[in-house]
Design a protein around this ligand. Structure first.
Ligand code: ZN
Ligand code: ZN
Length: 408
């Protein structure tokens, strides 16, 4: 793969578009071992852009599994707090953050669900200070993807290993808009289109959104003083970045007490090693009061049982059905891609920057309806049959999407 020019363009896009890395900035990168060729090219482009130091932390699925096979009982409440404290310290010192993802969606499927949940909770707690700096956009950060063999196998089970990896790389390059000679220009055009959509929604100041489709009738109340985001954004350190490569969404913060009705997921959700299928939930006063899934029900129940905020919404995002990721027709079993194939909602932590006023204190965010949780899990609710209205403060409905397409 190292000779494919698209891999180099993806690395360049990660540094110049995803991070907008500034000269003199440190970079903290995490990557699966299988993504080392991409990590090395990203490191090259980081130093070319003037990075002061690139530190890469590699993860390995086989080692992760060994913990669940052989770890002692008390192992599952342990997290490397020292590492996350160090990452938080780096971010406070203005280091940029880049994650290469390529997780095996079914890695932990056969493991003890309680052990997995406890380990995730311990990790989430330890990671929280660092995550807050990322989710509040204190620094520029981005996520890009690499086609690992295990992920490719899960996405294309019918193909031989090598062909599956090649097919997944093709899809990643297409979705990440690095097929052409000048990906930086392609991203500038895409960011401009998302900015137009964002401005339209911000000008409307809707009180709520109303989704209708097969099995879905959901009213999502929006947070007071919410703002729509999407595409490139400016981090609080003044650097413009694209936090997700790829991205197709415009998104904002719902009010944690104002979601009513029922909704079905339009795609399966790959959550920490388990694929949860056919999610159906019902909300009352912003809180999930019923949750079902045809597979992964126990994982779903544990996920929404993480804390009080895990039962409430922290994000609502709009994606037209016709877009480069949806059009691949591929179920990626990875949120970075699948969430950009369709409109979605996320349970858990809200994004503090999705407000008209910047740097709101925690208690004011809560007053405006921003949810708090250890988790933030996106799942897809939009499809080719989804209609969407914006509900104004006076109760009048305006059509926003019909059959999954923006009403122009
Ligand atoms: Zn989203
Ligand atoms: Zn999200």
């Amino acid at each position: 793969m190292s000779t494919d020019p698209r891999l180099d363009r993806l690395a360049e896009t990660a540094i110049r578009v995803g991070l907008g890395l500034a000269p003199g900035q440190e970079l903290v990168m995490t990557a699966p071992v299988e993504a080392l060729p991409l990590a090395r090219l990203i490191t090259e482009h980081a130093y070319k852009a003037g990075a002061s130091l690139v530190t890469t932390l590699l993860s390995d699925d086989v080692s992760a599994l060994a913990r669940y096979k052989y770890g002692r009982e008390e192992s599952f409440d342990t997290a490397s707090g020292w590492l996350f404290e160090g990452m938080a310290a780096a971010f406070r010192n203005n280091a940029a953050r880049l994650a290469i993802v390529g997780d095996d969606p079914a890695l932990l499927a056969g493991q003890n669900v309680e052990h997995v949940a406890r380990a995730n909770r311990a990790r989430s707690r330890a990671y929280r200070p660092a995550l807050e700096l990322i989710s509040s956009s204190a620094i520029n950060w981005t996520i890009v993807a690499a086609a690992t063999p295990a992920w490719a196998r899960a996405v294309f089970p019918e193909l031989p290993q090598e062909a599956a990896v090649a097919a997944l790389w093709d899809a990643i390059f297409k979705a990440s808009r690095v097929e052409g000679e000048d990906p930086v220009a392609a991203w500038a055009a895409h960011n401009a289109a998302l900015a137009t959509r964002r401005s339209m929604l911000n000008a409307k100041r809707f009180a709520a959104l109303h989704f209708r489709g097969p099995g879905t009738d959901l009213k999502v109340g929006l947070a007071d003083g919410h703002a729509w985001m999407g595409g490139s954004s400016q981090a609080r350190n003044g650097i413009t970045c694209n936090p997700n490569i790829p991205t197709e969404e415009v998104f904002t913060t719902p009010h944690m007490l104002r979601t009513e009705g029922h909704v079905v997921a339009s795609k399966p959700l790959a959550y920490q090693g388990t694929v949860i299928r056919d999610i159906r939930v019902r909300f009352e006063e912003g809180r999930i009061v019923e949750a079902h899934a045809s597979t992964g029900q126990e994982v779903l129940s544990r996920m929404i049982g993480t804390d009080e905020g895990a039962r409430r919404l922290g994000e609502v995002a709009l994606v037209p059905h016709a877009n480069p990721i949806g059009q691949t027709g591929i179920l990626f079993l990875n949120t970075l891609f699948d969430e950009n194939a369709a409109s979605h909602i996320a349970l858990g932590q809200a994004y503090a920057q999705c407000f008209e006023d910047e740097n709101l204190p925690e208690d004011e965010l809560t007053r405006r309806g921003a949810n708090r949780s250890l988790i933030h899990v996106d799942w897809m609710i939009g499809g080719a049959q989804t209609d969407l209205d914006g509900i104004r403060a006076d109760g009048v409905a305006e059509p926003l999407m019909r059959a999954g397409a923006w009403v122009e």
